[in-house]
Structure formats: structure tokens, C-alpha cells
Ligand binder design. Structure first.
Ligand code: NAP
Length: 547
């Protein structure tokens, strides 16, 4: 049976009203930890190459995770995860579909009363245990991530640290959730506002941040008292499954976190049609986000959408050019340009354009493209051949319309034979970019740095805002008045002023316009998983001034 009966000792204790927690879950979680597969030599379904890199083989899960059980596809279907650096298989997994998703939703629903019935302190303690186990497993998680999405190991480690921060923040922040007692409008009644978990949440996440896109949804949802059905990208499910394994070891009740992966449209339609799922948290493309938002209307689900971006990066005439050049390379080329907040269009004041362009080209020429596991690699491959084709097409389009290549410009000339099947494109700087080019209008999602010119602040703002997207924007200036004014005039959800490392567990992450709805991270990110309930309590005695 896919959906086992609720068997968690702590949850049962809560349901029966006994206050034996947190002892119950402590004993429970330690027995789970002992039952892990540490030291197992070979892992079915996982390539020998990946398996050999992982110390704790028990983290190499390939099945779906439903109701605390690891499950295969009912119809026996499978799919492969490929290493984007080599094009070779990393793992073979069951392709889960509609029925498994319904089982996951039912499982999440069955444990909801017990999980939401815990105190925030108790839920936070389970999350803290998850955080501890994931911290101990950080190197293994980073290696799994590099194997399935190609990013250099150092970047994977950074993402693991950021994902851990989301768990840690949520574990603490849930204790600060509070309602209100309102000043009453009548002496014979009292007025209260309660905050309660929204219920079963579905989280749908992309491949470019296989851990942090998950933890910034799942951790606050669980902390708030929701239960979760997670659908990671079928291109990077292994990181998600390792996290589920660790959550299980941490003593999360069976069914509180379920992972289904495989047939995205089938899983998505089961989630969206369900009346049990009360909210979806989605990160991905604007096209899929719009479709999910339309589908959510049928059951009036709450939606949080973190969608595409087309971030402007403004270099003002008074900018610190060395700082700005380092900033644009870090932002535009992070994860080989595959982040939603990557600088996509770089606008440079005429007066400093040539010096800035030379500085950026010089830095980019020193970068090293290759296998994410090689210690000297600074930039890994694109996620797949289709992504590579898009970047090449954007570059060719710009060059055909007059852009000049200052660095890079194509596939790397000298890669080892082993990487011949990889989706590599050189970090590329293009001067002379203009607004008729695809790089101005579309999200490239690859390692291109197109440089546009402007001559005054008004023109820079108009160019920057000329897009349907509104996720992140950056500008570099030394002028305080200009900094305030630009921050106010740019139509974006997040602004970096002389800084590109803007993401933090404490700060609201999200966009406006067609870049999304709602925010993740910070206090507001937890509130996304809470409902507001108004309670008007009559005190049962008559009063002279009743209304
Ligand atoms: P995507 O194609 O929209 O996929 C995102 C997720 O949606 C994946 O899990 C995907 O599953 C799933 N999906 C696809 N079709 C679906 C359907 N019909 N029903 C339900 N789920 C479905 O986006 P992507 O190409 O993976 O990610 C890149 C995009 O994400 C970029 O546009 C980027 O800007 C955006 N992004 C935004 C943020 C942000 O915070 N705003 C952060 C990161 C990325 P499969 O992969 O299994 O097909």
C-alpha cells in the first residue's frame, strides 16, 4: 500500500493528547538514523562514478518517497538523469505519474492534523535535526548536485550552505508566529486573529538550484505546520531525494514530506486538480507558472510564483569600475548564467563604457570552463543541449545584428575527450548590443554578458524597465542621491546597489510584473504558508450599548 497508516510515535502521542514530546521523536529519529544504509558498497540505479564519490551511500535514493516509503512507478516506467558535463547517465529512476501523486497528496493530508497539532517548538526541533544531518552530509549533497546539474563543486557547496540557512531560519522563525487581539468594537464581544497553516502544500522546483529552491519552500511550509508534496525537476531529482532521506532520518513524520518525480505534466495536473492541495509554491519558467496559475483558479488555490527574470545591470558614470566589473562577472555568469537573477542586460554609461568593457573582458578571459568536479573549473556546462542551443542562438543573433565578441563566443576549443558530450559554452562578452537583439528581450539563461550603452539616468531607467519581467536589478554608483532615486524608479522586486550577492535567508526574495507573485525567505516567506482566521467571540451578556 502506498499510503501507510500514521505510525509516528510522537504524532500519535499528540493525537491522543499525551505530552511526551520531544522525547518520543528523539528516540524515533535516532532509531531511523541507525537504520540508514551507511557503508553499503553499490547502489542500484546509480552510476558507479557518482556512487564512488558519495560517502553515505544511503543518500543515493532513486525512488519516489510517499508516506515514508520508497516507491517505484506503478506502471514500471523509468527515466534517466544525465550528467550535463558528459552527457552520460547518472541514475535511472521510476517515472511517477498521476496515481502516485494522488497517493502522495493523500499521505500528506492524513498526517496534517498530527503535524500541525505539534507546537512550533516541536516542529522546529525536527527541522533543526534535519539541518544538523544535512550539515553533516554537506559534502555528499554538494557532490550529488554537481553530478546532476553540472555546477562547480564550490558553487554546489555554496548552494548547500544557503539551503541549510533556509532550514535553520524556518526552524527558529516558526516560534515567532503570532496572531492579534483587536480592540473590540463592542463591549460584549472580543475579536481575535489566528494564524494557521494553509494545509497541504505542493512545491514544484527547477533544476538550476536543486537544493535551495526546495528548502526555501519546504522548510517554511513544514515549520508553519503544513505538509508537503514536492515535485523536483526530473533533471535534478537526486538532491531532492537525498534531502528527503535526511528528513526521514531526522524523524519527520511519515507523509509530512513526499517526493514525486518523473512525468511533470501528469504530476502537475494531479496536484492542480486536487481540492486537498491548498497552495502551490512554484519556481520555474514564466510559461509554466502562468499555466499553473490558470489551473489553480479551478480550486482557488493559493499560489506563490518565482518565475523568469531579465535583470538589468547599470554601470553609472560615477561607478567604481573595478567593483562593478567583478560584480557583473559574478552575477551574469553565476551557475554559467543559469540563475533567475543573473544580470542579463548590462547598461554602461558612454563615458565609462570602453574602460568597463575592457575590464570585464579581461576577467572573463581568465575563467576556466570544464567538469564541475575539477578543482580549477570556474564554470560548468549548461543543463542540456537545448539550453546550449538557446545560448548559441542568442549569441549568433546578436553578432548578426552588429555585436562584437570581446571574449568567448562559442564552444570551448580544448576540452578533454571525456567531456565531448557535455553542453559547454564559453563565458562570452558582447559589446555593441542593441534593443533589437534577442538578448535584450529574452532571458538567455546562459553565460552571455551583452553590453549596451546609455547617456543619462533617464535613458538607463527606461531601458532597464522595458521588459515584462521584474525580478532583480543591479546598479553601481557612488552617489547617494542617485542610489536612492534609482532604487525607487527601477520596477523590480529586488535591487542590488553596488552588490550582487543579494540572496539571504532573512530577506524577501521574489519579483513583480511577470516574474512572479509572493515572496520566499524571511518573515514574509513563512507567512506565505499561514492562513488568517478572524474569530469574533460573544461574551454572552447584554450590554446597554449593543449595536
Ligand atoms: P520549468 O520548465 O518551468 O520547470 C520548472 C519546474 O516545473 C520543473 O520541476 C518542471 O518539471 C516543472 N514542470 C514543467 N512542466 C510542468 C507542468 N506541465 N506541470 C507541472 N510542473 C511542470 O523551468 P526550468 O527551465 O526548469 O527553470 C528555469 C526557469 O526557472 C527560468 O525561467 C528561471 O528564471 C526560473 N527560475 C526562477 C527563479 C525565481 O526565484 N524567480 C529561481 C530559479 C529559476 P521537469 O523539469 O521535470 O520537466
Amino acid at each position: 500500500m502506498l499510503v501507510p497508516a500514521l505510525s509516528w510515535a510522537g504524532a500519535a502521542a499528540v493525537a491522543s493528547g499525551r505530552s511526551v514530546l520531544p522525547h518520543a521523536w528523539r528516540a524515533f529519529s535516532s532509531s531511523r538514523a541507525m537504520a540508514s544504509d551507511q557503508g553499503k558498497p553499490a547502489v542500484p540505479g546509480v552510476s558507479e562514478e557518482l556512487s564512488s564519490r558519495i560517502k553515505d551511500k544511503g543518500l543515493l535514493r532513486v525512488d519516489g518517497f510517499i508516506g515514508g516509503d520508497w516507491v517505484k512507478a506503478a506502471d514500471g516506467g523509468t527515466y534517466q538523469v544525465l550528467n550535463p558535463a558528459t552527457g552520460k547517465p547518472v541514475a535511472t529512476l521510476p517515472r511517477l505519474r498521476h496515481d502516485e501523486t494522488l497517493a502522495a497528496i493523500a499521505s500528506a493530508h492524513s498526517v496534517l492534523p498530527a503535524w500541525s497539532g505539534l507546537t512550533a517548538k516541536q516542529r522546529g526541533a525536527v527541522l533543526r535535526k534535519w539541518h544538523q544531518l544535512a550539515t553533516d552530509a554537506a559534502e555528499d549533497i554538494a557532490a550529488i548536485m554537481t553530478a546532476e546539474c553540472g555546477k562547480p563543486l564550490a558553487e554546489s557547496r555554496g548552494e548547500v550552505a544557503s539551503g541549510l540557512d533556509s532550514i535553520d531560519w524556518s526552524a527558529s522563525e516558526c516560534r515567532r508566529v503570532s496572531g492579534q487581539v483587536l480592540e473590540t468594537t463592542s463591549r460584549d464581544r472580543r475579536m481575535l486573529v489566528l494564524r494557521q497553516p494553509v494545509g497541504v502544500v505542493a512545491a514544484i522546483t527547477p533544476w538550476n538550484f536543486p537544493m535551495s529552491m526546495i528548502t526555501r519552500k519546504v522548510a517554511p511550509a513544514l515549520a508553519a505546520g503544513c505538509t508537503v508534496v514536492l515535485k523536483p525537476s526530473e533533471q535534478t531529482p537526486l538532491t531532492a531525494l537525498a534531502l528527503a532521506e535526511l528528513a526521514d532520518r531526522a524523524g519527520l513524520p511519515e507523509g509530512a514530506l513526499n517526493v514525486v518525480h518523473g512525468d511533470a505534466p501528469a504530476i502537475g495536473s494531479a496536484i492542480m486538480a486536487s481540492e486537498t492541495v491548498r497552495k502551490i509554491g512554484f519556481t520555474g519558467s514564466t510559461a509554466v507558472g502562468k499555466m499553473l496559475m490558470a489551473q489553480a483558479a479551478n480550486t482557488v488555490k493559493r499560489v506563490s510564483l518565482e518565475l523568469g527574470g531579465n535583470a538589468p545591470f547599470l554601470v553609472m558614470e560615477d561607478a567604481d569600475l573595478a567593483l562593478a566589473a567583478r560584480g557583473v562577472v559574478a552575477s551574469a555568469l553565476r551557475n554559467s548564467g543559469q540563475t533567475c537573477i543573473c544580470a542579463n542586460r548590462v547598461f554602461v554609461h558612454d563615458k565609462v563604457h570602453d574602460e568597463f568593457a575592457a575590464r570585464v573582458a579581461e576577467i572573463v578571459k581568465g575563467l576556466k570552463v570544464g567538469d564541475g568536479f575539477a578543482p580549477d573549473t570556474t564554470h560548468g556546462p549548461l543543463i542540456n543541449p537545448a539550453a546550449l542551443d538557446k545560448v548559441a542562438a542568442h549569441c549568433a543573433d546578436a553578432v548578426s545584428k552588429g555585436a562584437r565578441v570581446l571574449a568567448g563566443g562559442g564552444k570551448p576549443a580544448s576540452l578533454p575527450e571525456r567531456l565531448a558530450g557535455g553542453s559547454f559554452f564559453e563565458p562570452t562578452v558582447l559589446a555593441g548590443a542593441t534593443i533589437d537583439m534577442r538578448v535584450f528581450r529574452e532571458e538567455t539563461f546562459g553565460p552571455l554578458v551583452p553590453l549596451f550603452r546609455f547617456s543619462d539616468d533617464d535613458e538607463a531607467v527606461a531601458l532597464a524597465n522595458d521588459t515584462e519581467y521584474g525580478l532583480a536589478a543591479y546598479f553601481y554608483t557612488r552617489d547617494l542621491k542617485r542610489a536612492w532615486t534609482l532604487a525607487e524608479r527601477l520596477e523590480y522586486g529586488m535591487i542590488g546597489v553596488n552588490e550582487v550577492a543579494i540572496t539571504a535567508d532573512v530577506a524577501p526574495f521574489g519579483g513583480i510584473k511577470q516574474s512572479g507573485l509572493g515572496r520566499e525567505q524571511g518573515t514574509i516567506g513563512l507567512e506565505e504558508f499561514l492562513e488568517t482566521k478572524y474569530v469574533c467571540m460573544g461574551l454572552g451578556y447584554a450590554s446597554d450599548d449593543d449595536d
